[in-house]
Design a protein around this ligand. Structure first.
Ligand SMILES: O=C(O)CCC(=O)C(=O)O
Ligand SMILES: [Fe+2]
Length: 208
C-alpha cells in the first residue's frame, strides 16, 4: 500500500505556511495520505479499530460522548483524556503505516494515538487544548483525517476575537506545535449539514 507519495515532502515543505497569526504554529497538508485504489483507508479504519462509546458524568448523570473513540499506544500505560482513563491497545499494522508517514513529515516520533469517529454532523468535539500533563511543554501533535470533511476551529484563549477555521478533508495531515496548546483552544463543531462519517487520528508523544 502506498500511503505516502515521496515527492510530497519537498512540495509541501516549500509551501509550508503557518495557519495561526501568532502564539503558535499549525501546518496543514491536504491530500497527504494517498489511497492506492485497492484500500479505502476510512473503511479499513472503521472496520479494524475497536471503537467504544465513552461516557462522561454531567451533574451526576452519565452522558455519551458525542463521538466514538479508541486509544492505541506502543506500551500498556494508561492515559487520562477528558476525564476518562484509557488503557491502550497495541498499534495495528495500518496505524503504524499512518503513524510512520506523519513522523517522517514532523521529524518526530509518536508513541500513542487517540482515534475519534464522528458518525454524522451531530458528533463533535468541544473547545479544548491538548495540554494534559503527560504531554510535554510544547507538544507536537499530528492529526490525520479520513472520510467526510469537517470544520476544525481555533480560538485564542485571551484575544477573544482571534478565530481560525480550517477544513480537514479526507487524507489531510494537520500538525500543531510550538506554543499552540498554551495559547489556543480547538474544536470540531456540530453541523446541521449531513457531512457523512469521519475518522480522525491524533498522534501524540506521551511522557510517563
Ligand atoms: O477530530 C479532530 O480533528 C480533532 C481531534 C482532537 O482535537 C483531539 O483528539 O484532541
Ligand atoms: Fe485536540
Amino acid at each position: 500500500m502506498d500511503l505516502f507519495a515521496d515527492n510530497q515532502l519537498s512540495i509541501f515543505n516549500a509551501t509550508r505556511q503557518n495557519l495561526l497569526p501568532f502564539d503558535g504554529e499549525v501546518f496543514l497538508y491536504p491530500n497527504f495520505y494517498q489511497e492506492d485504489g485497492v484500500y479505502d483507508l476510512f473503511e479499513e479504519l472503521k472496520h479494524t479499530i475497536l471503537w467504544k462509546q465513552d461516557k462522561m458524568k454531567i451533574y451526576g448523570r452519565s452522558v455519551n460522548f458525542p463521538r466514538l473513540t479508541s486509544w492505541y499506544a506502543d506500551n500498556d500505560q494508561s492515559y487520562t483524556y477528558s476525564g476518562v482513563v484509557n488503557i491502550p491497545l497495541p498499534f495495528t499494522p495500518l496505524l503504524l503505516k499512518i503513524k510512520q508517514a506523519a513522523e517522517a513529515q514532523c521529524g518526530k516520533q509518536f508513541n500513542s494515538a487517540l482515534l475519534n469517529f464522528y458518525r454524522n454532523g451531530e458528533d463533535s468535539m468541544g473547545w479544548h487544548s491538548d495540554d494534559e500533563k503527560e504531554l510535554s511543554g510544547n507538544p507536537v501533535i499530528a492529526s490525520a483525517s479520513f472520510g467526510a470533511t469537517r470544520t476544525f476551529q481555533f480560538k485564542h484563549k485571551e484575544k477573544k476575537n482571534a478565530m481560525i477555521s480550517i477544513a480537514l478533508s479526507n487524507g489531510s495531515l494537520l500538525i500543531m506545535q510550538g506554543q499552540t496548546q498554551h495559547n489556543w483552544m480547538h474544536r470540531v463543531p456540530k453541523t446541521t449539514k449531513d457531512p457523512g462519517p469521519r475518522i480522525n487520528i491524533t498522534f501524540r508523544d506521551i511522557k510517563y
